[in-house]
Design a protein around this ligand. Structure first.
Ligand code: NAD
Ligand code: UD1
Length: 340
């Protein structure tokens, strides 16, 4: 039984929601985060929401700091690691690829080396549906070919491949590669949620900021895709469903499955305009938008076949689109400036 989990990047968007689910499920939780894209306040709120007596042991530390990380591992003695820490903006990764490779790939190698030395061999990795590139068909199964066309995506795919090599060399590792589709929404309390820096890259945070009056209008990137209304289709998944997927993955790791890979998505695709109209319903007013050119690198359609995760780890998403939108708006309207 795995009972003590070290979470890298635990103060971030998905990390904070996962820490809350871990505490509520009775796990002991340690977090390592350099707070480069998050605030400690997210974990204060996790404590406020949690039903557990245990508090998170927090370490402000960069995963690249091998000495400090080793000390943390020796002191904390975790049973498993959930690894969220990383940079995640596709456009930025094209501008500063070396920073992405250093932080994501070198950071993960450093972490895995320390885990090996400290004999902690249970690892859950935040991968992404981006590793499928432009899929030949939808829904996407785990055995579809991979293909990446930007440094962010390449960092995810390389890390998956590095994990496969490690497992090949030593099959006492247990590793879960979780390929997330598009996480959205927030905890239903509205206390924790997504707090992007600067102009949001992703659709939902952008729509939320238009809805709250921080941005004038949404630019819809293209309406000439071969989809029902011409706008891009994605598999949006409630962040709490995603967080619970990590608990299920840990339960699987405790049965020594070796290296496993799961899609975490709902299996349903929604277009940009469907998302916009669903958000209008949640916030109660119209949201301004304009159609602009396609965004470079975008694909028409991407949604998961999540049946393997259902079969193997008994996980499936339970929140529907209305709940995703209601919770996203609850968080945004209660925290117009995020955690500030
Ligand atoms: P996030 O930026 O909110 O969280 C990442 C956290 O990692 C932040 O708290 C940041 O401060 C921390 N961090 C970054 N580099 C670090 C380092 N070198 N050392 C220590 N801490 C560091 O992002 P998120 O949306 O919560 O994503 C979590 C993970 O899931 C990322 O690896 C991301 O690539 C992956 N992912 C996210 C999405 C998404 O749409 N949000 C989709 C697929 C995969
Ligand atoms: C992006 C990343 C992908 C990552 C995923 C989840 C790119 C090219 N890809 O994908 O690697 O795994 O986020 O984090 O950035 N849209 C608009 N207007 C906007 C923003 C988005 O119309 O202002 C559209 C997009 O064209 C797309 C959909 O909304 O059709 C979703 O976009 P986004 O939230 O950025 O996610 P992905 O494109 O799936």
């Amino acid at each position: 039984m795995l009972s003590h989990i070290l979470v890298t990047g635990g103060a971030g968007y998905i990390g904070s929601h996962t820490c809350l689910e871990l505490l509520n499920a009775g796990y002991r939780v340690s977090v390592v985060d350099n707070l480069s894209n998050s605030k400690f306040e997210s974990l204060n709120r996790v404590h406020k929401l949690s039903s557990a007596d245990q508090k998170i042991d927090f370490f402000e530390c960069d995963i690249l700091d091998e000495q400090k990380m080793t000390e943390i591992f020796q002191q904390q003695k975790p049973d498993a690691v959930i690894h969220f820490a990383g940079l995640k903006a596709v456009g930025e990764s094209v501008e500063i690829p070396l920073d992405y490779y250093q932080n994501n790939i070198a950071g993960t190698i450093t972490l895995l080396r320390i885990m090996k030395t400290c004999n902690v061999k249970n690892f859950v990795f935040s991968s992404s549906a981006t590793v499928y590139g432009d899929p030949a068909s939808v829904p996407i199964l785990e055995n579809f070919p991979t293909s990446v066309n930007n440094p962010y995506g390449r960092s995810k795919l390389y890390i998956e491949e590095i994990c496969a090599d490690i497992f090949k060399s030593d099959d006492s590792w247990n590793m879960a590669m979780l390929r997330y589709f598009n996480p959205v929404g927030a905890h239903k309390s509205g206390e924790i949620g997504e707090d992007p820096n600067g102009i949001p890259n992703n659709l939902l945070p952008y729509i939320s900021q238009v809805a709250i009056g921080k941005r004038e209008k949404l630019s819809v990137f293209g309406n000439d895709y071969p989809t029902s209304d011409g706008t891009g289709v994605r598999d949006y998944i409630h962040v709490v469903d995603l967080a619970i997927g990590h608990i299920k993955a840990l339960e699987k790791l405790s049965q020594n499955p070796g290296l496993v890979t799961y899609n975490l998505g709902t299996g349903k695709g929604y277009s940009v305009l469907e998302m916009l109209h669903a958000f209008e319903k949640a916030c109660g007013h119209k949201i301004a938008y304009q159609i602009v050119d396609r965004r470079a690198g975008d694909i028409a359609e991407c949604y998961a076949d999540p049946s393997f995760a259902k079969k193997e780890i008994n996980w499936q998403a339970t929140h529907d689109l209305e709940q995703m939108m209601r919770d996203a708006w609850n968080w945004q309207s209660k925290n117009p400036d995020g955690y500030n």
